[in-house]
Write a protein of this length. Sequence first.
Length: 149
Amino acid sequence: MNSVVIRAALPGDESSWRSLWRGYCKFYGAVVADEVTARTWQRILDPDSAVMCVVAEVDGKVYGFANCVVHENTWEIQPVCYLEDLFVLPSARSHGIGAALIEWLRNAMRAEGWARVYWVTQQDNAAARRLYDRFTQADSTVRYVIASR
């Protein structure tokens, strides 16, 4: 595979992003309403939104994405970046695309002055955890979720 280019998502990436998004949701067994997907894409393109997306492109084709939320927090003065969704096309895995996306975020953290980049994954997501462990070790955080529905 040729070199990976990481860049901000552009309006022309919508169909690629939506295809990858469907794969991501399927992997997690999540059903996300069409209006939520449409609104997420709108926020990604909105320069005033805290939601951002970078895509991984090889030879003009998008193979992966990282959807993030940059937000203020109560533990640091600087903002932090929550890597909410990371997905690489299954056929393109093990070629450094996921690592390139995380490395881009690590560089953005330094350049933008974020205090940290953080994310969560399922405990049994062994393939992803092998990648994540190359960057940092999981902490002891236990997540609780109260859903409105």
